[in-house]
Write a protein that binds this ligand. Structure first.
Ligand code: SF4
Ligand code: SF4
Length: 272
């Protein structure tokens, strides 16, 4: 019976192994409770090998004996956890620590939870990963996954405050500041680090940048920056659109869709 289960119909979140099942838990982004940790520990101790693996997507997976799958799933469900994040699906959303970090520009965890509740587990042609960083330091590697989301500032110079010393031009690592013409160019990645340098530089706005078609692995690619929006609702609508088009027209990863249809903007995605 176990063999039939493995060969023909293994479940979402369950990876058959020779001597058991590797079960993956689809965690809501950010935190798990001590009660949930206790249950995971109990399952590892009594049904598995007394250890768990922390995945690169901030998930948890552990190997258990075949006969304990049903029990393990019930215990996980009882504390609000579920199996998932495997196969051709929207995977568990990954986020940086967000507001707990001094550099945070937005609430990445709140947005991650919204996206997780809305999209996690939906079928797609291949896996689809969504990563979110609360500032351009990008600890969650948002630029190198299928859909990346980064909170950032847009900056400006107040010419009335500028004394023309030119220090900002040297300070800016990406060469975005043209102090002579009082311009911050599109090269600005929006960390706001220059705010510490000079009172003439100020935050014009906070935006949420969306990247699409990035990937890691053997041949990593950086996603394309397709849009800047202001609200979580706008992010949800754009992610929804990307998933819809990918589900309809994608064959490989999102990267290939973006390349094949020469996508550079959100309008290009709408017109696929
Ligand atoms: S991406 Fe930015 S806000 Fe998030 S943990 Fe890294 S430095 Fe902090
Ligand atoms: S913006 Fe500030 S740092 Fe830059 S040239 Fe003006 S005074 Fe100097």
């Amino acid at each position: 019976m176990v063999k039939m289960f493995c060969d023909q119909n293994y479940k979402f979140g369950v990876l058959p192994k020779k001597d058991g099942f590797m079960i993956r838990i689809s965690l809501k982004p950010g935190y798990i409770t001590s009660k949930q940790l206790n249950v995971i520990g109990y399952i590892a101790r009594h049904y598995g090998e007394d250890k768990v693996h922390i995945t690169s997507r901030q998930g948890v997976e552990l190997k258990i004996k075949h006969e304990y799958l049903e029990n393990a799933e019930k215990l996980l469900n009882d504390v609000g956890l579920k199996l998932g994040s495997t196969g051709k699906r929207i995977r568990q959303i990954k986020s940086c620590i967000g507001r707990e970090c001094q550099n945070a520009i937005g609430d990445s965890l709140s947005l991650a939870e919204i996206l997780h509740n809305e999209f996690e587990g939906i079928w797609v042609p291949k896996k689809l990963k969504i990563n979110i960083s609360a500032c351009p330091n990008d600890c969650a590697w948002a630029k190198f996954c299928d859909v990346g989301i980064i909170f950032r500032y847009t900056m400006n110079i107040n010419s009335m405050e500028c004394s023309g010393c030119g220090r900002c031009e040297e300070f800016c690592e990406v060469g975005a500041i043209d102090w002579k013409n009082q311009i911050i160019s599109k090269k600005c990645i929006g960390t706001g680090e220059c705010l510490k340098l000079c009172g003439a530089l100020y935050v014009k706005d906070k935006v949420i940048s969306i990247y699409v078609g990035g990937k890691g692995g053997k041949f990593p690619k950086m996603g394309k920056h397709i849009s800047d929006v202001k609200t979580e609702d706008e992010v949800v609508n754009i992610v929804d659109l990307i998933i819809e088009k990918y589900a309809k027209y994608g064959k490989k990863r999102v990267y290939d869709l973006i390349k094949n249809y020469n996508i550079n903007t959100i309008e290009d995605i709408e017109n696929i």
